[in-house]
Design a protein around this ligand. Structure first.
Ligand SMILES: Cc1ncc(COP(=O)(O)O)c(C=O)c1O
Length: 415
């Protein structure tokens, strides 16, 4: 059994008890299943096998070097959004011709390293950005491959903070402007317009908006080809969500079945940029209960993990299921409780008014499906060191990023 499952009442990751990991590394701690990451990547890869394709893992979801190296070794490409992610991806083994560089605002230094590296595509977000890429490529005496990010004005029907494909959003250019931009870019000797891209949002469970975006991209690709542009990539972005309780999952297979009919037959490589769907379910945050208290008729379970460790519930109301690591009390009492962190903010909560097994002080709990946008969004707020990351592979575990200590936090102040 890979991923998280119970063995004799003990929650395990790829067969390793989470309590054993917590004993060794302390809490809070992120724990990742290598086998589940591999399985999720392979499912995407297989689902897109009917067409020429490259699954470019969105490194922003989790950019730990061990995880990046694992995906590079499996043959994934990478989608990066900063100079830091670009460097981390190159150092983790992704070859530059399998990396696309997205991001709504790129600095001159980022454009410089993207051009120097010779990436598969720099996903330009505006006409002005193409001019900047041209200038930098001219300076380096190179030709840069550029894809234009278009905004198809499609409602992803997810949280407004993670919807990116409506016309009032800041991302890309309106899709109907693309032909004129491509025509203009013909005059740039150091830019080759090789692709188009769209990413309409994240945490999407309904395949329809994703299929509509693929349809609009395919139509644009045909129009551009009719004008003589030679496209080599069509990038449908990421956004495939994780199902919460009672929700219908959007599997890689269902997603591909929705997208492929629109893009099959086009003479170009289909790029897909999933982040959350590849690493989300493969991670859990193990935390210890610091206090269980009743106040004004409410029960609060206070954990040693806080919003600095896992921001998603505070940032966009993400709901992650929480379960006890060891089922050591029978019968289990179900209670309504808020599970909250120790940070001085009322938004520092993980669950509100939810039914959970009543924990005792000192119990371990696991916050599930936090492999994506968990550690990568963590911070040092309240002067707290960020938690360690633990990698479980083939029945054993190792720390792939140690816990931060006070000295780590003050180093940049004192150097
Ligand atoms: C351009 C782009 N591609 C891919 C992704 C990955 O999205 P997800 O993790 O929802 O698949 C994002 C996320 O914000 C993005 O902005």
């Amino acid at each position: 059994m890979i991923g998280f499952s119970r063995d004799n009442g003990e929650l395990t990751c790829d067969g390793v008890p989470l309590s054993a990991i917590a004993r060794k590394v302390g809490t809070p701690a992120y724990v990742y299943s290598a086998a589940l990451i591999e399985e999720s990547f392979r499912r995407f890869d297989a689902a897109f096998a009917p067409v020429a394709h490259l699954v470019c893992y969105a490194a922003k979801a989790n950019s730990n070097g061990t995880l990046l190296a694992k995906l590079a070794g499996l043959g994934a490409g990478a989608d990066v959004v900063s100079g830091g992610e670009l460097r981390a991806s190159l150092e983790s083994g992704f070859s530059s011709d399998r990396i696309v560089f997205s991001g709504v605002g790129k600095t001159v230094a980022e454009i410089r390293s993207a051009v120097e590296s010779g990436l598969l595509a720099i996903n330009a977000e505006s006409e002005r950005e193409i001019e900047k890429i041209e200038a930098e490529a001219a300076r380096q005496g190179k030709t840069a491959r550029v894809a234009l990010r278009v905004n198809p004005d499609i409602d992803a029907r997810s949280h407004p903070y993670i919807s990116t494909g409506r016309k009032h959003n800041k991302f890309g250019v309106a899709i109907d402007l693309a032909p004129a931009i491509f025509r203009k870019a013909r005059g740039f000797p150091h830019v080759r317009m090789t692709g188009i891209q769209a990413h309409i949002g994240s945490q999407i469970l309904d395949p329809q908006p994703l299929a509509d975006a693929a349809r609009d991209l395919a139509r644009l690709a045909r129009d551009l080809a009719a004008e003589g542009h030679e496209l080599s990539t069509l990038d449908v972005g990421g956004g495939i969500g994780l199902a919460g309780p009672g929700e219908k999952p959007l599997t890689p297979e269902t997603y591909a079945a929705a997208v492929l009919p629109h893009v099959a037959g086009l003479p170009m490589t289909v790029l897909v940029e999933p982040g959350r769907a590849i690493v989300g379910p493969a991670g859990a945050l193990v935390t210890e209960v610091l206090d269980v208290k009743k106040s004004s008729g409410k029960l609060f379970v206070v954990t040693d993990a806080g919003m600095n460790d896992l921001l998603r519930p505070a940032l966009y109301g993400a709901i992650h299921s929480i379960e006890s690591v060891t089922e050591n009390r029978m019968p289990v009492e179900r209670v309504m409780a808020d599970v909250v962190g120790p940070i001085c903010e009322s938004s520092d909560f993980f669950l509100r008014d939810s039914s959970i097994d009543r924990p005792l002080e000192g119990d371990l709990m696991a916050i599930r499906d936090v492999g994506a946008y968990g550690f990568s969004m963590s911070s040092n707020y309240n002067f707290r060191g960020r938690p360690p990351e633990v990698w479980v592979e083939k029945g054993s575990f190792r720390v792939i990023r140690r816990r931060e200590h006070f000295d780590d936090l003050v180093r940049a102040e004192r150097e």
